[in-house]
Design a binder for this molecule. Structure first.
Ligand code: SF4
Length: 430
């Protein structure tokens, strides 16, 4: 059966969304067309996530659900982090899957995308040991113009850090930064008003290519190319003064700091840098420089060895830091990671209790910070009819600004905040 129509499902993080865009670009370049219903497709591709247990379960459930929907003879291909992490094992435990294809280190860039997902991966019943998983490099593949006024741009693959809880370096490999020229070419190709730069370890961009601190010139270059540039996943030790200045000068004064915890001893146990006092001083220094700066962070709750004192320190920090947005995640034991064999395991009930305490405090802080914006004038990018975002909101993870429905999508507008509802604002044209 020749493959005419494909159905692509993307799970996981913004980096996976970018990878899917590039897979889609190659399938379209191979003359295929997209269908919304998996039951109409000749080829079904699932771009999976394997970061933590719940994400893996969602990936497997999605694969099995698509297998139920597919029609006779259609191909089911698994790619993304599950393919990276488990490789051909996956093909063995999931006989429903016709092929597993990774996005890792380029092995044979001459292999065309359409061929790889179906023909080269281990097929049903094959002895996986005999046929290694084919991989090819997506990082610099072309993308179609963005269908939204904003777009994620992946500036590097892999990571050189060794955070105790994280398995990503084990299957995404060491950091490989793209060239600034390739990134700018992609930004221009996308044609979006706002570009969100993503990578596993964004602030380390260029460190592996002899362009240490290259993130600063990249931000300035992209900021000269599009209206808005936003950065996600900043490792705190690499938040240098030049980088802060570049972000402030870009006009999108938004800092997504991947802090994970604030207790010195626990951060050492996580094999990460910093502590609450250092983070607080940095945030306060940035607020003196840019009072309108917005902050987001993520924290892990229940990492092995987390004590009541560690938790109390994090509660205090969240109260003191007054961040705009926070994500709190229960620690998930990941085989093959440093933390997997640590003592001091925190009971699930205690983890849940700590998570609730933190979330309640942060929800109150976010609501208060949003309400404090009532009466202010802000500039928004209209993402959809009646929905926009100012510099304070990243797409898909933060609140939104509800707008008059006739403001043009894809345009920037000055509006006045008239009300707020939890994480969301209501605004009217000035
Ligand atoms: S910075 Fe740490 S948490 Fe992030 S991908 Fe690298 S090892 Fe994982």
């Amino acid at each position: 059966m020749s493959l005419q129509r494909y159905h692509l499902v993307t799970l996981g993080c913004p980096k996976n969304e970018v990878d899917s865009d590039k897979v889609e670009g190659t399938l379209l370049a191979d003359g295929m067309s997209a269908v919304d219903d998996a039951g109409d497709a000749d080829l079904i591709v699932v771009n999976t996530c394997a970061f933590i247990e719940s994400a893996r379960q969602e990936s497997i459930d999605t694969i099995l659900a698509l297998d139920d929907q597919r029609r006779e003879g259609a191909k089911l291909v698994v790619t993304g982090c599950m393919a990276e992490r488990y490789g051909s094992e996956l093909a063995d435990v999931l006989p429903e899957v016709d092929s597993v294809a990774g996005f890792g280190v380029p092995v044979n860039s001459t292999v065309s995308s359409a061929a790889v997902p179906v023909s080269l991966g281990p097929t049903r019943g094959s002895k996986s040991a005999e046929r290694p998983i084919p991989v090819f490099d997506l990082l610099n593949l072309p993308r179609a113009a963005s269908s939204r006024p904003w777009a994620y741009v992946k500036i590097a693959e892999g990571c050189d850090r060794k955070c105790g809880f994280c398995a990503i370096p084990s299957f995404r490999g060491a950091q490989r930064s793209r060239s600034i020229d390739d990134i700018v070419a992609e930004v221009e190709q996308l044609g979006a008003r706002e570009v969100i730069l993503v990578a596993q370890d964004l602030a380390s961009f260029g460190n592996d290519t002899g362009n240490r601190g290259g993130i600063v010139s990249l931000v300035r270059t992209v900021s000269d190319t599009v209206d808005r540039v936003r950065l996600l996943y900043l490792y705190p030790s690499d938040l240098t003064d030049p980088l802060v200045d570049a972000i402030v000068d870009s006009g999108v004064v938004y800092f997504d700091l991947s802090l994970q915890h604030v207790s010195s001893s626990l951060l050492r146990r996580m094999r990460r840098w910093g502590n609450g006092q250092k983070f607080l001083s940095r945030i306060e220094a940035i607020r003196r420089l840019a009072p309108d700066a917005a902050f987001r962070s993520n924290f892990i709750v229940g990492y092995p060895g987390e004590t009541e004192d560690d938790h109390a320190e994090l509660l205090e920090f969240v109260e003191a830091a007054q961040l705009d947005w926070c994500g709190f995640f229960s620690y998930s034991r990941e085989s093959g990671t440093y933390a997997a064999d640590l003592d001091g395991v925190v009971a699930p009930e205690l983890m849940a209790e700590r998570l609730t305490e933190l979330t309640e405090i942060q929800d109150r802080i976010t609501t208060e910070r949003r309400a404090a914006l009532i009466g202010s004038t802000i500039e928004v990018l209209v993402d959809d009819a009646g929905i926009g975002r100012s510099h304070r909101e990243a797409p898909e993870i933060d609140g939104i600004v509800n707008l008059p429905g006739d403001l043009e999508v894809g345009e920037l507008h000055l509006v006045r905040v008239t009300d707020s509802a939890g994480p969301d604002l209501v605004a009217d044209r000035v």
